[in-house]
Design a protein around this ligand. Structure first.
Ligand code: FES
Ligand code: FES
Length: 192
């Protein structure tokens, strides 16, 4: 089967007209506010946040689902915003790092990152923080990870290895992992 580039050149050689889908209206609900946009269907959620709405707290690392820098919450669940189209989230509740804390009153996870020195460059931190916030809800719901024995996480059974496994989609190239794990564990223990 020819790859996409080959198909494209073949289409061009045959004089085919490339069709671009026209911009479409959509409503993104982000951090409690509604944004009415008209954008091309091919725009990713990450680009809509950063380039269209100026919400640059969410970072673009790899742009291909490998680093977790672009993690945001959609209806409370963490996703890589570089791997999904904005159009797919019309009307859903999106939370970015800008929506997690209040001025002067950070989210407990944000405070723990500061207390435990859980970041260095800060580039991956918004994604780490969003991911950790979703992790708290997953733990409350006793969702299992790859490491959990059985179908559900037992109350109080979130080990540091479990945190590492659950945060494994978020990379930190400067190696702040021990402090990130410590920060998340401190919040989990306080909320237990
Ligand atoms: S930018 Fe989305 S996972 Fe790396
Ligand atoms: S603190 Fe961002 S890559 Fe390490």
């Amino acid at each position: 089967m020819p790859d996409d580039d080959q198909s494209l050149s073949e289409q061009r050689a045959q004089g085919a007209t490339l069709v671009h889908a026209p911009p479409q209206p959509l409503t993104l609900r982000i951090n409690g506010a509604e944004h009415h946009l008209t954008i091309e269907p091919r725009v990713t959620l990450l680009d809509a946040l950063r380039e269209v709405l100026g919400l640059t707290g969410t970072k673009k690392g790899c742009d291909r689902g490998q680093c977790g820098a672009c993690t945001v919450l959609v209806d409370g669940q963490r996703i890589n915003s570089c791997l999904t189209l904005a159009m797919m989230h019309d009307g859903r509740e999106i939370t970015t790092v800008e929506g997690l804390g209040e001025q002067g009153q950070p989210h407990p996870i944000q405070q723990a990152f500061m207390d435990c020195d859980g970041f260095q460059c800060g580039y991956c931190t918004p994604g780490q923080v969003c991911s950790a916030v979703a992790l708290l809800d997953e733990v409350k719901a006793r969702q299992a990870s790859m490491l959990t024995e059985g179908d559900q996480l037992a109350p109080g059974a979130l080990s540091e290895d479990e945190i590492r496994e659950r945060m494994s989609g978020n990379l930190c190239r400067c190696g702040a992992y021990p402090n990130i794990v410590k920060a998340i564990h401190s919040v989990v223990l306080r909320q237990a």
